[in-house]
Design a protein around this ligand. Sequence first.
Ligand code: MTE
Ligand code: MO
Length: 301
Amino acid sequence: MALRWTGTLKDRDVTDEALWLNRRALLGGAAGLGLMGIAGGARAAEGDLEPNSWEEITSYNNYYEFGTGKDDPARYAERLTIAPWTVRIDGLVDRPGDYAFEDILSKMTLEERLYRFRCVEAWSMVVPWTGFELADLLELAGVQSSAKYVGFETVLNRDEMPGTAYRVLDWPYVEGLRLDEAMHPLTIMATGIYGKDIPKQNGAPLRLVVPWKYGFKSIKSVVRITLTDSEPPTSWNKANAREYGFYSNVNPEVSHPRWSQATERRIGGGLFAARQDTLPFNGYGDEVAGLYAGMDLSTYF
Ligand SMILES: Nc1nc2c(c(=O)[nH]1)N[C@H]1C(S)=C(S)[C@@H](COP(=O)(O)O)O[C@H]1N2
Ligand SMILES: [Mo]
């Protein structure tokens, strides 16, 4: 696929969204979607994989470095400097170093992945990401056999991030995965949405997407990836360990202490739309449940 990084996102018209939807129609519904990498829950009802609009995906966001309001990221993230961009990959790797974003892209295979996205706040969307498998990036750096976890860090540029004036979280935002979760083919680094560069409010120029976990695991604007032998700290767990665990797999059977996770509100469904059932592992159980064999998922939240 000849998608190239341009470093800017100026025209927010719907042309690309229309093209994307048209191409999808040409490919022929669910069968066509199968071409976009792993079927990504093609077993779910087709209607459940109706992509949200560009407008919805880019105007209703969580990116607390720019404020805690859902419309703050769309309003303020434009300030963020994203070029040049480097990702430091360090820790238990054979080739640690600062990897320029363009160099990473030139070595990765970009593909489209239509994924459900489920926030721990019980809203959801369906997003047509463009990205590459995290496993490919980790292989570029050469994962050592002693590595067991992967830590991630978001850029911290306080001058450009008004939300960081408040200690809502301990900045920079950090996240982590077990190595087998990170290497799973469903785990991607997203660089685009609807075939366009990923907007800053969604985590430009590259952000993690782990579709079977609550949205807060999908850390934005990544500048550092560290391979470790112990579980890395994660921002929401540090902020409130009683409510947010390390694993955070989507699980309709384990309530958040303050609300049920059994159902979710699909963004764009309208004010009176029925809530829909939340699926175990967000609908990706066939692909990922095996990662947790033998674990009591009611306690590893
Ligand atoms: N750095 C950073 N990454 C982040 C967040 C954040 O506040 N800061 N919010 C998380 C949460 S709670 C969610 S639901 C998703 C939202 O992604 P979206 O705005 O692209 O839908 O980003 C996640 N990644
Ligand atoms: Mo979230």
